[in-house]
Design a protein around this ligand. Sequence first.
Ligand SMILES: NC(=O)c1ccc[n+]([C@@H]2O[C@H](COP(=O)([O-])OP(=O)(O)OC[C@H]3O[C@@H](n4cnc5c(N)ncnc54)[C@H](O)[C@@H]3O)[C@@H](O)[C@H]2O)c1
Length: 315
Amino acid sequence: MKKLGVAVVGTGFWGRNHARVYKELESTELVAICDRDADKAKAVAGQFGVKAYTDSSQMLKNEAIEVVSVCTWSTSLAIEALKALRAGKHVLVEKPMATTTKQAEKLVLTAEENRVQFTVGFLMRFIPGLRHIREAVEKQKIGELVCATAKRVSQWPERIGDVGVVKDTAIHDIDVMRFVFGEDPIAVYAKAGCMRHRKFEDYALIMLTFEDGMSAFIESNWLTPYKTRMLTVTGSDAIMRLDYITQELWIEAANENIQPKYPWQEPLKAELQQFADCIIKKQKPLVTGEDGLKALSIAIAALKSSAKNRAIKLQ
Ligand SMILES: NC(=O)c1ccc[n+]([C@@H]2O[C@H](COP(=O)([O-])OP(=O)(O)OC[C@H]3O[C@@H](n4cnc5c(N)ncnc54)[C@H](O)[C@@H]3O)[C@@H](O)[C@H]2O)c1
């Protein structure tokens, strides 16, 4: 089987993981990496035995590259993703995808115009327990859906200096809520603030409301001394709890508690495998560019809500 030629732009903490996984997958061949930091580019390329670039425009001329993962700083994701899409490559852009919704819309449009596959790095969707929750909600296995709460807290990873906790961290849960509820929220109210970060918010509490009175609550911060990543979904008959770190899932009703078992799997591996499969089989990815655009626009509305101290209606 011919392998898909892949490149990674931005090989810091996360891009190196993309490069490693592409090396491990049977359907992909890591061809090149690019980082604007020449020393880093050389070191990572050496580690994986591929060609190093410091300028992505040069790298994109390489016809062996069919797929590009964009893992640069959050504020340069859109520029790099746009270049790759315009060069006719299939693109996975990391979250938050772009700085503005206008940039994100441009990416979605460019992918369509160039007839290439485009996805956004919402990793949580590749955790089997979350798929179980979505299916249980869809089939009303916990009765009527009432609300969901997410907690994603840890210490500030100080390498993140160009966005705050909403666009970096809470955006995962914004996407999760859209996925679990199977619809878009109609309004957002948020309170965010900055305790230790020099420039951006490092804590946020976000409430999303959906039609028919359902609601979701997201707590994110970079202040908690330990890492917690939990989701609780409440239905009229039972609740479901997922620990994203251990991938354990609990379903608790008045008379019965069950714990469906899924073997732990690396979400990034599942995500990149699925994207490669979609390219090969010409299928739509689980996370579309439109999903990325919607999550980003809700994150931006949450920041606006906090600044204006009022709920913001979403279209
Ligand atoms: N989906 C997830 O769960 C997840 C997890 C971690 C990080 N991320 C995302 O991945 C991205 C990278 O995060 P990180 O923690 O690896 O950051 P990082 O600072 O460790 O690495 C970013 C790298 O990109 C390089 N870079 C920046 N602009 C560039 C450009 N225009 N061209 C080439 N190289 C460029 C930098 O030199 C640096 O090496 C962020 O957008 C972050 O939100 C996603």
